[in-house]
Design a protein around this ligand. Structure first.
Ligand SMILES: [Zn+2]
Length: 196
């Protein structure tokens, strides 16, 4: 704290971001004060605009600033890759090993935290499948307890609808996060997927 109210508020705002400690937050706050007014206005506008304009794609649930995201509007595929959160879409896209569609659950099932099927975007997935044209659903949730539980739940739910359900291979270490898997590992995990 440096006893300048506005600086303290700015520092607190930065330190609320993931991975930003107090020291870094202070450096950011000073960097903002040293910017010219126009740049600060543009910075503030970028924050507000992103928050106002970015929402879930009506089809897949990924973030977009249109009604339908770029992937849903430009790709034709009978394969849907199911992920926990938007960051996972970015990780899989970077691996360049997958060219199908996505479905973002915005969470995984967690009895411990009281998160059930109605708390994640599962109904939206079933609706998509019921509309037809889906041959395979690849479950690419993280290889941890919640991710595995979610995968088997999805499999039980979707198989009766006549759709092939697969799970990404175990190249990704158990308990780790697919967001942090390297591109080669992720690409291989997708290629080596197995039926569940
Ligand atoms: Zn979409």
């Amino acid at each position: 704290m440096n006893n300048i109210d506005s600086m303290d508020r700015l520092t607190s705002a930065f330190s609320s971001l993931p991975g930003v400690g107090r020291k870094t937050a202070e450096r950011y706050a000073y960097a903002v004060i040293n910017m010219d007014s126009e740049s600060v206005d543009a910075f503030a506008r970028a924050l507000v605009d992103a928050k106002h304009n970015v929402h879930y794609c009506k089809i897949c649930g990924n973030f977009t600033d249109h009604d339908i995201c770029d992937i849903c509007s430009s790709r034709k595929s009978d394969t849907i890759c199911v992920v926990k959160e938007p960051k996972d879409v970015i990780a899989i896209e970077k691996s360049k090993g997958y060219h199908g569609l996505y479905h973002v659950l915005h969470g995984t099932l967690s009895p411990l935290e009281g998160r059930g099927p109605d708390d994640i975007h599962l109904k939206e997935l079933i609706d998509r499948i019921n509309q037809g044209g889906v041959a395979e659903v690849i479950v690419a949730t993280n290889p941890d307890v919640e991710g595995e539980a979610t995968a088997s739940y999805i499999s039980r739910l979707i198989k009766p609808l006549g759709v092939k359900v697969t799970r990404i291979a175990q190249g990704i270490q158990m308990g780790s996060d697919i967001e942090y898997a390297d591109e080669v590992t992720l690409s291989k995990a997708l290629a080596d997927r197995r039926d569940i």
